[in-house]
Design a binder for this molecule. Structure first.
Ligand code: ZN
Length: 90
């Protein structure tokens, strides 16, 4: 019989945020910076409205981006963000 690995007890199912964080290669959805799991936050890409809590609406973002985005619509937020990056480059 195969021996159970040492970390057998810690291999319980991971929370949803963990899975999304791994899917996003441990990066913030908005600024693409690498973030620690502890510093990641769940964000609803489209602001939470009734009947809009679909799993695929959830992204992982760093605290900074989540704070800046707030309840702005994603397009408004991204436009603001890219405008700032553009200004930094020019
Ligand atoms: Zn970010």
């Amino acid at each position: 019989m195969k021996r159970k690995p040492e970390n057998y007890l810690s291999s319980e199912p991971k929370p949803r945020r963990w899975n999304i964080w791994i899917q996003q290669r441990k990066r913030c959805f908005y600024c693409c910076r690498e973030i620690d799991y502890e510093d990641s936050t769940e964000d609803h890409f489209f602001p939470r409205v009734k009947g809009n809590s679909a799993e695929n609406n959830i992204v992982v973002a760093c605290r900074n981006c989540n704070g800046v985005k707030g309840s702005n619509s994603p397009t408004k937020f991204m436009r603001k963000k890219w405008k700032r990056i553009y200004e930094e480059l020019t």
